[in-house]
Write a protein that binds this ligand. Structure first.
Ligand SMILES: *Cc1c(COP(=O)(O)O)cnc(C)c1O
Length: 431
């Protein structure tokens, strides 16, 4: 059992000065209870808290640390950049380098604009799609997360084909009415939204593999079907590859599934751990952005030299070492096989969704293809499951609706420990 006295002290201090004690809600452990471990440092596959406890990392900063923590190539690049000043607000050579590299890696991206987060990328991409098509509405899928801009914070109403209603106070109904919702993997729902809103839909935005309702894979034909409906109706197809980009393949899900969106949103891995996002796509659409085109989008710290140094080092490493993807797939495959054999030994029948280095288990024996399926799982079981892991030194995302993000730093021994912990925790929960 980890002793968390320093984290407890820090958390109660933090709660006095920061809403909920955290700068992003899921970190507060509200869904699982208990005190979040305050992190002091991390190296490779391990993360250490302020009380000196060591955990095996399956979150990896929610994706960016795909090579494990404090990778020397990335740390060195940042250290070398720091002495040349932290920011200029003027163009730099590094921005040309990283843009060129992104265009060479992401098959559908011809031009790219750097921003500071995934949220900025999705928000700007939808604005651009609206400006380009001169239409107001867009379709998103229930359970897909696209950052915290107003128009994405819309929950499902009753049934699939409803008008959006805001699920956060502060999001106006005026904003919500332009966000149309469909269940993930449901092309019929998309078709009927398109038919009932003729010439009004600017964009369809989708996580090509969903990672924010647990890991949910696109059914065969789903992404192709979206491509087709967009082509037939003059709709801009946006892949939100903030999570999948540079993770499923050097060119993300679009390379993996060979389906090309018009615009791509990037984040997480692209900054190597620094706050970076980007959106890119067809030149014809991208040239609608200011200063060439009329759609405004800007950022004082966009293309920040330190962030670009980290991102360029990360992307170069991924581009030059294709073995990274073999390793990521092996790690994912080994954990999946281990989990499956645990379930068999214990006579349990839970659903495991997995692709490459994204994986998670749902407490249901039914298949999970959309948000409702994910919600129908027994999420109460996730709490003891999570804490059972944390107590044994395995750091899972503190939410039943998150995929794990594996890194190349996990050794075979680490994987054995992850799999054994899964067995021990489930056994304890079901005894
Ligand atoms: C994390 C995430 C975002 C938001 O990125 P931030 O950098 O947190 O703003 C958007 N879309 C997807 C798919 C994500 O996973």
């Amino acid at each position: 059992m980890p002793q968390l006295s320093t984290s407890k002290k820090l958390f109660s201090e933090a709660e006095k000065y920061i809403p909920g004690g955290v700068n992003s809600p899921v970190r507060a452990f509200k869904a699982v209870g208990g005190t979040p471990a305050f992190i002091n440092s991390a190296k490779g596959a391990y993360i250490f808290d302020e009380d000196g406890n060591k955990y095996i990392e399956l979150i990896n900063s929610w994706g960016p640390m795909v090579l494990g923590h404090a990778h020397t190539e990335i740390s060195e690049a940042v250290k070398n950049a720091v002495d040349q000043s932290l920011s200029y607000g003027a163009p730099t050579a590094k921005e040309v380098d990283i843009a060129k590299l992104i265009v060479s890696m992401m098959p559908s991206v011809e031009k790219v604009r750097m921003v500071n987060s995934g949220t900025e990328a999705t928000m700007s991409a939808v604005r651009l799609a609206r400006g380009y098509t001169n239409r107001n509405k867009f379709i998103k899928f229930e359970g897909c997360y696209h950052g915290h801009a107003d128009s994405f914070l819309i929950a499902a109403g009753s049934g699939a084909v409803t008008m959006g209603t805001p699920n956060s106070p502060g999001v106006t109904e005026g904003t919500a009415k332009d966000t149309l919702l469909a269940p993930y993997n449901d092309l019929d729902a998309v078709d009927s939204l398109v038919k009932s809103n003729p010439e009004q839909i600017a964009a369809i935005i989708v996580e090509p593999v969903a990672g924010n309702m647990g890991c949910v894979l696109p059914k065969p034909g789903f992404l192709e079907g979206l491509r087709k409906v967009c082509d037939e109706n003059g709709i801009v197809l946006i892949f939100d590859e903030v999570m999948t980009g540079f993770r499923l393949a050097p060119g993300g899900a679009q390379e993996y599934f060979n389906v090309m969106p018009d615009l791509t949103c990037m984040g997480k891995i692209i900054g190597g751990g620094m706050p970076v996002g980007a959106y890119g796509g067809k030149q014809e659409i991208m040239d609608y952005i200011s200063p060439v085109g009329p759609v405004y989008q800007a950022g004082t710290l966009s293309g920040n030299p330190i962030a670009m140094a980290a991102g360029y080092a990360m992307l170069s490493h991924l581009n030059e070492n294709k073995s990274v993807y073999k390793k990521l797939n092996e790690v994912g495959e080994k954990i999946k096989t281990g989990y499956e054999s645990n379930l068999e030994k214990l006579g349990l029948n839970y659903t495991i969704n997995h692709l490459g280095s994204m994986i998670n288990m749902f407490f249901t024996d039914k298949e999970v293809h959309n948000f409702k399926d994910a919600q129908n799982a027994d999420t109460d079981k996730f709490k003891p499951f999570f804490h059972g892991h944390l107590d044994r030194g395995v750091y899972l995302p503190p939410s039943a609706f998150e995929s794990y993000f594996l890194s190349t730093a996990l050794s075979d021994e680490d994987i054995d420990k992850v799999v054994q912990t899964h067995y021990d925790v489930l056994k304890e929960m079901h005894s």
